[in-house]
Structures are given as C-alpha cells and as structure tokens.
Design a protein around this ligand. Sequence first.
Ligand code: Y12
Ligand code: CO
Length: 173
Amino acid sequence: MQLTIVEYPDKRLKEKSVKIEKFDKELHDLLDAMYPIMINSNGIGLAAIQVAYAKEVLILNIPSEDGEQTKETLLEIINPIITSKNGVTTYQEGCLSVPGFYEDIDRHETITINYQDRDGNTKTLTTDGLLSIAIQHEMDHLNGVLFIDKLSYSRRKKFEKEYKRAQKEKKRP
Ligand code: Y12
Ligand code: CO
C-alpha cells in the first residue's frame, strides 16, 4: 500500500472519519503502511485521513526522553472516545499536513480515552504530557479539524498569508 500525506488546503482533511467495524487485513495493511510514512516524515502522530483514508484510525510514537523513537512504544488507536478530561495545557503544535508551521494550542492536560487496538480489543488509557496533546490533535483530525482551525481570527489570517507564501516558494524552480 503506497500512501502519501495529504496537505492543507486539501479538502479531504475536512472529512469526518467513520468508525472501524472490521478488524481485518485491510485495517492491518493500513496501519502497517501508516507507520513508515509517519517515521520517514519525522512525525510522532498520524491520523488515517492524513493519508486519505477517512477512518477512525490513528497512530502515535512519542520519542523517549533521550529522543529515541522505537516501534516498541507505537500506539495504534482505533475508534477513540475521550471519557474524562482535566486541566489545560498549551503546546506549540505541528502537523505533517501543515508542513513548516507551528502554533501554540490549548488542550486538556490529562485525558482518559477508551479505544480499540488492531484486533478489536477494548482498551482504556489515562495520560498527560505530550502523548495527551498528540492524541487530542489526532482525534481532531477524525472530525475534520486541524490545529490551525483553533487559532484566533488574526492568527489564522497571518497563518494563511505565510502558508501561501511558503507554498509559492516551494513551487519555484
Ligand atoms: C504535539 C502536537 C502535535 C502532534 C501531532 C503530530 N505531529 C507531528 O508529528 C508533526 C510532525 C512534523 C514534522 C515536520 O517535519 C520535519 O520536522 C522534518 C514538520 O516540518 C516540516 O514539514 C517542514 C512539521 C511537523 C504531536 C505532538
Ligand atoms: Co495533524
């Protein structure tokens, strides 16, 4: 399965993802193909809609404190639901679908989620820090929401101007 990252302003990023009903080879192939594209793009989180699959599937691989990113800590999250949330935290977020841009975004500090793994087993996870932020960022993708959609009117305007300019620069021979 050959995947490419869908980049803003592609309209597909606005699609709402659908729940996974079958935990079959098709799902496993998608998960297996998402991992290398995330790692090769220097990402730590990726939602299926970012590779044009509108399914409630996301992967996260947070590097350890010494910066090492190993597959042993890969989290595959299917059909997630936030069941509890607490506190507020702010982090400068980035997204593989909005390359080159980072913005301060407020998130819940601690969350508990219910989700399923690749075999359909139900799991519960309570987490804070970068993993909590990354899960919330990726779960927004499932609803067609990007971190830039959370910016104030003036910050968004500034972003649009800078992003357009950066895209033009990229296209220049
Ligand atoms: C905190 C906030 C948001 C997340 C979601 C996951 N985000 C990423 O994995 C972003 C990765 C990213 C990688 C980039 O590429 C390089 O650094 C080479 C990048 O910059 C460019 O594309 C130029 C931007 C974002 C997790 C945790
Ligand atoms: Co993203």
